[in-house]
Design a protein around this ligand. Structure first.
Ligand code: AMP
Length: 176
């Protein structure tokens, strides 16, 4: 299978207007996931320069981040760590609040999810305002792990999410 281009991946992302609320254009990745070659290619592009053994853990963000993080972890022979919305993880957690357009949200990670010094690749499907990824990065740092890179399939550049991820290497496959 040849590696797809970023343009091919972009062609498989469906824009759904006014979801989940008026004014939001939702980037639907399910047509991409439904295409075996494009899904595999997206995982290859997300793992980028990393080879098996270079990363100790792939951390995925609830919920679409899990899809890519799980595949990347298997490819890189790394462990998989989920960051979930508050109240979903069963064991003891550390939590981080972050600002939403209206109000705040909280994400959580198990206290024993990462060893100090662990080399982490943090993945999510989409970078919008950057609040979610910045909170995820803060959780990873609280456990003493090191973030090698934060990678997204999609970046909405006009929302300037990268500014919240200052100091971390950030990469996206396609940008709008
Ligand atoms: P943010 O914290 O603003 O960077 O939002 C990022 C999170 O919200 C990611 O986990 C995305 O899955 C989700 N998200 C935000 N905006 C969109 C969008 N337009 N389409 C799909 N998912 C989105």
């Amino acid at each position: 299978m040849t590696t797809p281009t970023a343009a091919e991946i972009e062609g498989a992302i469906r824009n759904v207007p006014d979801f989940p609320k008026p004014g939001i254009q939702f980037k639907d990745i399910t047509p991409l996931l439904a295409d075996a070659r494009l899904f595999a290619g997206a995982v290859d592009l997300l793992t980028g320069k990393f080879q098996p053994g270079a990363v100790d853990a792939v951390v995925g963000i609830d919920a679409r981040g899990f899809i890519f993080a799980a595949a990347a972890a298997v490819k890189l022979r790394a462990s998989l760590v989920p960051i979930r919305k508050k109240g979903k993880l069963p064991y003891r957690t550390i939590e981080q609040d972050y600002a939403l357009e209206y109000g705040t949200a909280t994400i959580a990670m198990h206290v024993d999810a990462l060893k100090p010094g662990a080399r982490v690749l943090l993945l999510d499907d989409l970078l919008a305002t950057g609040g979610t990824a910045a909170a995820a990065a803060a959780l990873i740092r609280k456990l003493g792990a090191q973030i090698l890179e934060i990678a997204f399939l999609i970046e909405l550049k006009f929302l300037k999410g990268r500014e919240k991820l200052n100091g971390y290497p950030v990469r996206s496959i396609i940008a709008y």
